[in-house]
Design a protein around this ligand. Sequence first.
Ligand SMILES: NC(=O)C1=CN([C@@H]2O[C@H](COP(=O)(O)OP(=O)(O)OC[C@H]3O[C@@H](n4cnc5c(N)ncnc54)[C@H](OP(=O)(O)O)[C@@H]3O)[C@@H](O)[C@H]2O)C=CC1
Ligand SMILES: O=C1O[C@H](COP(=O)(O)O)[C@@H](O)[C@H](O)[C@H]1O
Length: 489
Amino acid sequence: MEHVQQVEPFDYVIFGATGDLTMRKLLPALYNRLRMGQIPDDARIIGTARTDIDREGYVARAREALERFIPDDVRSPVLVDRFLKLVHYVTLDGTKADSDWGVLSTVLSDAPADRIRVYYFATAPQLYGSICENLHSQGLVTPHSRVVLEKPIGTDMATATAINDGVGQYFPENQIYRIDHYLGKETVQNVLALRFANPIMNAIWSGEQIESVQITAAETVGVEGRASYYDTSGAMRDMIQNHLLQVLCLVAMEAPDSLEADTVRNAKLAVLNALRPITDDTVAAETVRGQYTAGVVGGQSVPGYLEELGQPSNTETYAAIRAWVDTPRWKGVPFYIRTAKRSARKVSEIVIRFRSAPTTLFGSAPPENVLVIRVQPNEGIELHLNVKNPALDAYTLRTADLDTTIRMEGGLPFPDSYERLLLDAVRGNPILFIRRDEVEAAWRWAEPVLNAWSENKVPMQTYSAGSYGPETSAEMLAERGDKWHEDME
Ligand SMILES: NC(=O)C1=CN([C@@H]2O[C@H](COP(=O)(O)OP(=O)(O)OC[C@H]3O[C@@H](n4cnc5c(N)ncnc54)[C@H](OP(=O)(O)O)[C@@H]3O)[C@@H](O)[C@H]2O)C=CC1
Ligand SMILES: O=C1O[C@H](COP(=O)(O)O)[C@@H](O)[C@H](O)[C@H]1O
């Protein structure tokens, strides 16, 4: 059974309440937390969007979303009805001062003045600044208010600065929660436990013992219904600048002095600031980008990216980067990070390859030890060790795996990462949210790569849907005798 504590009563005001993210992720996550007993019955979820519907109409949409996105075995009619009693809707154009803010103000003023209020922005990020301005001028920003910002925070440094400035004018940094759902994943959070709660790991966690690090987030899906967003984004902006760099930070950071949010964020920031800049001179050697062509994924024929889009595009659906963290701990250790749409399989993982044993005792050098942190699916940790091959009389080696699957008690699936993060915003716990300087440091590193790619300084490769990506990606690793995980024996 999950150990849960009910949070204080709150008002969750969602801007963008009719959109895909709200229906697919936010409402189901809140339902699940109610189901687990964490949400009090006097909490309120107040959806807002321009669509002119009344509460009944919105509740009907929310019900449909729960029927679609909550599996039958955890959806009970009684709980759904209880959840929907918390749901309200206000028709509002968040960007317009003369929109009907009075209705939202009236609804909010029904609650005590010191009630926790979370404004969740599930709209296009360009709208965040003007929504904040209106919240402020309507007197709706209280000391107990916080704002959750969905990604992407900009498409480059300039746009990120504009968004952060726009929000920062009305909310102090400690009331701003920039969400990165990878930080809500259980096994990502486990990186800190693995590293710092286990002296045996801590002792070997540096370039003295580690040869290379791989961080992969590959998906079998294409761009689904989000082609218009994705084509302005691409793999680097969609996944690397945020999710994968955050994971890299957790793998590479120095031990924080405490689990206080800013202490951990300072440690992550130090890693981002230590990332070696990729320049016009190094970008072709250190990066690979590609687009999928038609292929077969999971036994199904799928079209290529350009066919799906119906127009030419210079947007990458695959990116692999050899990054370097210039700190004494990581001297000489490449961090390979990659992400792909329409990959052979869905997998997010961290793979640590250790240096080979300096021994000739067993003839040739034994294979390297490899530690795999499986973020998803089948969350767990495996360590490949060399053991004596019991099938042979001669003293030869074979690989044995120590493999632990991390499960919830009772074998329940892990809660979706949004469940943890949505309630952390209510609790006022920002540890799994990104601070402004982290976003900026990530853009500082990513932007030169994006500029070089847009100037075609790195050729756009192709890869068949259902493959592991362009061949040049494997070649980049082979230069240093490395292999992607799927190519390791
Ligand atoms: N969908 C996903 O899986 C993910 C989405 N995100 C981010 O979440 C945000 C929302 O994405 P998504 O749900 O896909 O987008 P959608 O286009 O599906 O939804 C956008 C929402 O914003 C509302 N909206 C648009 N303009 C205004 C306005 N002026 N005032 C108030 N509401 C407005 C729309 O409703 P209406 O037209 O009725 O006003 C709609 O509810 C984006 O920042 C996206 O990048 C991040 C990660 C994953
Ligand atoms: O933020 C995003 O993440 C998803 C992948 O998330 P995961 O939890 O399924 O690994 C990705 O599909 C989407 O394009 C991106 O915006």
